[in-house]
Every structure is written in structure tokens, then in C-alpha cells.
Write a protein that binds this ligand. Structure first.
Ligand code: HEM
Length: 196
């Protein structure tokens, strides 16, 4: 048994997912400053980028992202190779495998393109760049798709964690839906404020 398919590998995948989940809450809440206008938004990101702790967090996020993706892919390949259909693990909540992987692939592409667009080439004027980007119909559609697939992926991930912990009560599943929905609406509010 190799690392990615071992219990340790699964644990790291969950830790990486959880770290990203925390970051996404932080990112969505900080993006809401966008509604306060250009000056507040730019000065927030200017101050944030001056903290070395923040830069270290971004490096950790990239490492955990790679770990999460590689573990997921290796586990899927190992699962596909399992002898006989009876040995194949079914996907949680009967989500068709192809749908889950298409969503994850779109999210993967979105995160890479987004980080390149807003992190690697922007060190000032975050507000103006965001407005310019989201004013292009194609980019707006791309961001909408990214935010949508993120919410679905998060709901799937949170439900998975609950299932692993043996929590099957309906109320917890409503909680997973509510968290994903709140994040979706928060990100959507930025897209809407540029368009409307
Ligand atoms: C309305 C949608 C979004 C807008 C307007 C937006 C805006 C931004 C901005 C302005 C930055 C640059 C921050 C900096 O330089 O410090 C950034 C970075 C980043 N965003 Fe987003 N974002 C959006 C959605 C998302 C989503 C859905 C994800 C995750 C799936 C995400 C992940 C990241 C990551 C990983 C970074 C680089 C790390 C960082 O600087 O915080 N973003 N985003």
C-alpha cells in the first residue's frame, strides 16, 4: 500500500481539505470589503500582502492543494484497478463519478487560472483588476462556474466528512448545505456588484 492510498494519505487529504475550507471562509469574508469600495479593498490587500505570515500561508495552501489533488487522483486510479465491480467503492450519495470528477476538474482549472490572474501578476490595484476581469462576459461566466463548482465540491466534501465520522442526522446535512450556500452567495455578491 502506498502513501496516497494509505490511512495516513487519506488523513492528509482531509487535513488539506479542511485547511482550504478555512481559507475559503476567510477569502469570502475578506472579499466582502469589495462592497465598501476601491480604497478599502485595495488597502486591505496591500496590508495583508505585507505580512510574511500571509505569504507563508499561501505557500502552504499551494502545497496542500497539490497534496489533495494528487491523493484524490491516485486513490481514484487504485479504486478503478480494484478487481471486480464488487470491490469498487461506490461514490458517496450516489453522485455519478464522471459528474464529480468533471466538477473537480473545472474547480482545479479555475483555481489555477484565478491565482495566476490575481496573485502572480497583481501587486496593487486589486479592485480595478477585479472589476476589469469580471466585466468581460467570458470571465464572468468562468468565475460563476468556478464559484458554483466550489460550492458543490464543498458540500460533497463536508458530507463526506460527516459520513466518515458516522454522523447521519439530517440536521448536519442541512448544515453542510447551508455553509456551501452561504459561501456561494458571498462570492456571487462580488460578481453581481460588478455586473449590476
Ligand atoms: C468572486 C470571486 C472571487 C474574487 C473576486 C476573488 C478575488 C481575489 C483576489 C483580489 C485575490 C488576490 C489576493 C492577494 O493578492 O492577496 C485572490 C487570491 C486568491 N483567491 Fe480569490 N477571488 C474569488 C474567488 C475565489 C475562489 C472561489 C477561490 C477558491 C476556490 C479563490 C482562491 C484564491 C486563492 C487561492 C488566492 C491566492 C491566495 C491569496 O492571495 O489569498 N478565490 N482572489
Amino acid at each position: 500500500m502506498n502513501f496516497t492510498n494509505s490511512v495516513v494519505g487519506k488523513k492528509w487529504m482531509a487535513i488539506a481539505g479542511l485547511a482550504w475550507f478555512s481559507y475559503i471562509i476567510f477569502h469570502m469574508v475578506s472579499l466582502l470589503i469589495f462592497h465598501q469600495g476601491e480604497q478599502s479593498f485595495n488597502s486591505f490587500y496591500q496590508q495583508l500582502n505585507q505580512h510574511s505570515l500571509y505569504q507563508i500561508m499561501v505557500v502552504f495552501l499551494v502545497m496542500l492543494f497539490s497534496l489533495h489533488v494528487v491523493t484524490a487522483v491516485v486513490r481514484q486510479i487504485a479504486n478503478n484497478k480494484s478487481k471486480g465491480r464488487g470491490y469498487k467503492k461506490s461514490y458517496p450519495h450516489e453522485i455519478p463519478r464522471v459528474a464529480a470528477w468533471s466538477g473537480a476538474s473545472i474547480l482545479f482549472i479555475f483555481i489555477i487560472v484565478h491565482v495566476v490572474q490575481l496573485k502572480l501578476f497583481v501587486n496593487d490595484h486589486w479592485y480595478q483588476i477585479t472589476v476589469e476581469l469580471l466585466s468581460q462576459p467570458l470571465m464572468l461566466a468562468f468565475y460563476l462556474l468556478g464559484v458554483l463548482t466550489l460550492s458543490v465540491h464543498l458540500h460533497h466534501g463536508l458530507s463526506n466528512v460527516l459520513q466518515t465520522l458516522g454522523i447521519t442526522q439530517r440536521s448536519y446535512h442541512y448544515l453542510a448545505i447551508s455553509i456551501s450556500l452561504i459561501l456561494f452567495v458571498g462570492f456571487l455578491s462580488i460578481l453581481a456588484s460588478v455586473v449590476l
